[in-house]
Design a protein around this ligand. Structure first.
Ligand SMILES: [Ca+2]
Ligand SMILES: [Ca+2]
Length: 202
């Protein structure tokens, strides 16, 4: 056998090994890529979390602004969060009494409360396996109607501060909260926000 034939056989073996390495590498790249894709679909960006904080604070601000300054109430919840109870004017033209120069208030109050998120229990564990421990959601309660205002509230961060301390009647409400959520790489992002609400119906 000439040295030329030996080189040819050796080259074929090299090609077979190279092909095997190529296939293994391709499989590994695919696995990393597909794992990245699934994380991407569940993660969010810092800006999206900031937007969510702003959205829920705006919603609360617009509503609290109309509240009766004489009957606002803050209560402590077992989770360390606070609830807010307040009364809004009657809807429509009957919402203001021109003779008395003040709003007519609804008979039933609005409440902002918190409760554990879907699949979560208040036990120090991540029961629903989303990377967050004991996360909660803020619920707006109006009679029998319950609407989730936001999810992924960090336990114990929803607070309402009424001013002045000598009230009622109150003139302002300060709302603070913190939301947590995993980003595209499953790291926990946090965004906190505050809103200072001036009560309109003094
Ligand atoms: Ca969880
Ligand atoms: Ca839990």
């Amino acid at each position: 056998m000439t040295s030329r034939h030996r080189r040819r056989g050796f080259t074929f073996l090299e090609m077979a090994i190279a092909l095997a390495i190529f296939v293994i590498t391709l499989t590994a790249v695919y696995m990393v890529f597909s794992a990245g894709q699934s994380t991407y679909t569940t993660g969010i960006t810092r800006q999206e979390l900031d937007n969510q904080v702003r959205l829920v604070l705006d919603e609360m601000t617009n509503e609290i602004r109309q509240a009766n300054p004489a009957t606002l109430q803050v209560a402590a919840l077992a989770s360390g969060d606070q609830s807010l109870t307040f009364f809004l004017p009657v809807e429509g033209a009957a919402g203001f009494d021109p003779a008395a120069g003040r709003p007519n208030w609804q008979a039933a109050p609005i409440q902002y409360v918190t409760e554990p998120s879907e699949g979560e229990l208040d036990n120090g564990l991540d029961d629903n396996n989303n990377g967050l421990t004991d996360e909660r959601r803020i619920v707006r309660v109006a009679g029998a109607q319950r609407v989730v205002m936001t999810d992924f509230l960090r336990e114990g961060t929803l607070a309402f501060t009424l001013g002045p301390p000598a009230g009622p009647p109150f003139q302002s409400v300060r709302v603070t909260l913190t939301l947590d959520y995993p980003d595209q790489r499953s790291r926990i992002l946090s965004a906190n926000g505050a809103s200072e609400v001036s009560l309109r119906n003094q």
